[in-house]
Write a new protein. Sequence first.
Lengths: 330, 328
Amino acid sequence: MSPAADAGALLRVEALEIAFRVRGGDVLATRGVSFEVRQGETLGLVGESGSGKSVLCRALLRLLPSPPAQIRGGRVLFDGVDLLALPEARMREIRGTDIAMVFQNPMTSLSPVWPIGDQVTEGLRIHRGLSKSAARDRGVELLRAIGIPDAARRYDDHPSQWSGGMLQRAVIAMAMACGPRLLLADEPTTALDVTIQEQILALLADLQAKNGMAMVLVSHDIGVVAETCDRIAVMYAGTLVETGPAAEVLGNPRHPYTLGLMRSSPRMDEHATRLQPIPGQPPDLARPAPGCPFVERCTFARDACRHESVRLREVAPGHASACLFPESVV
Amino acid sequence: MAVAAAPLLTVRDVHVRFAKPRGLVDLLLRRPPSAVRAVEGANLALLPGETLGLVGESGSGKTTLGRAILGIHPVAEGDILYRGRAMGDPMPDWQQRLRREVQMVFQDPYSSLNPRMTIAQTLAEVLRFHRVVPTDGVDDEVKRLLDVVGLPQAMATRYPRAMSGGQRQRVGLARALAVRPSLLVLDEPVAALDVSIQAQILNLLSDLREALGLSMLFVAHDLSVVRHVSDRVAVMYRGRLVEQGTRDEIFTAPAHPYTRMLLTAVPQLVARKRARVVQPATEMTEATAGGCPFAPRCPQAVDRCRAVAPAEVRLSPTHIAACHFAGG
């Protein structure tokens, strides 16, 4: 599990605020998002479409096009260095070496016209200066490590010759090539069948255990996160509404949105005749209202929730909720 | 479950094939056209008022089978009977009747709704074309349909682009229900929705089923959703139905190794870092001709599985599995 807290955070995000300039005003994609990821730890970032989880991930690597995106405030400290303040050349070195990212669709990261092996080892040649033959040896090893049978021969295959699950493995191998200390995985298994998802999650956990790498796993599927993460951060309408150890957050949710997510998921272990959906729709981020962003859909809402500003506050050691009345969430 | 009731829908030994495109070389060499066998020998029955879940991974043929039932894909062999009569029966007005009684709901309502028509226009068109209600009753019927699917009346004048995914799926349902069907074929109706919205639609479906006595064929890849909505479940693998049974039979006593593999792969809502075994990437190896289609991935496969296709083993009046080891 997570190493001692005194080891310090590998990644520390402080009050990150990202806006998109669109016609008719600004949309605040994230507001005051703060969290930490320690070495060797897996943080699950859960939320529904539009909650800002993917934008957040891309912002960490400075991959958002600007304009329209704009980082309005906050810091992203990696090993104590603010990534947002680095010159682009230095940032490019960090991407792919210290921090790597895996996206939902492997073909967003692969070129259809190059051999897969060359693409997997491109980072090794650029960042580590490996010769073509040394890169090839290492590439075959990598492909073998991610469970590709007959790796030496498959090294020269093109993406069209592989299945979706195999391509996602290749992208993971590419991300792992330079031995990153932090992996950002944005919905890495969403496009895959459950049996292949199981294989990919196993692969990530295995690589992580071997390399002691930290990981941020973004998913809309609370079940995926429950089974892979040490800690969970729940995102809603651009803010973190609950963070804490996975067992704590899922076993004893202290924010009505987390509870709502769990109650609206059909279960495999019991049969409920009726689900309890979260009523209504997420708020319009172009028109932020004062008070709690979840108030309109919350069954526990009181008057104070409409005008008092909310922020994450600790409800138990290491477990924080942005609800004004966390003790009433049951 | 009343076994005696006559099935509403019967699928009997149905095969669906797609022609593979022939290249120039094939033409020059006069190679015969080859076919992809999307569905092979499917047998199903759906009783009135029942919901049958059809599950499988991508490429298993579940969508193709659903579409064949609607007549979207031609059936190469076998019969599809609706109320005991073949879907292709030349009886006058039979096709027209089928189009009213059997309706489809698609995964992505955005691509199945006309972007230039308001919701009211979309619904009114169906009502007028099928003469569901007298012309002067169309407006009232549109209002009633919006109520039935839980959309506010103000939505009537909206265009699909100005609605959320959940609202559009409600419109997709309203349009299907406009002709008062008996059978709905739903192809991944909630796969594109967030979990909180998905729960709203699943509850709506169970209300509608209760109120209107609808039968449903629910095609989905998500086992927890299928478990939630289905009375019975059929599992498909590579074009074949490998197991069928009641919900409890499939989820508590699965007999086919593929069903068991699917069930253990579903993430559960319990915090537990699972120790998983890294398995090699599954290659798209072809099953040996004549053998079990699942043999290349099956942890229990023996030589017999690669040589002989398993027959269906009946484990209970409602439970069938196509595996040499089922029941034994």
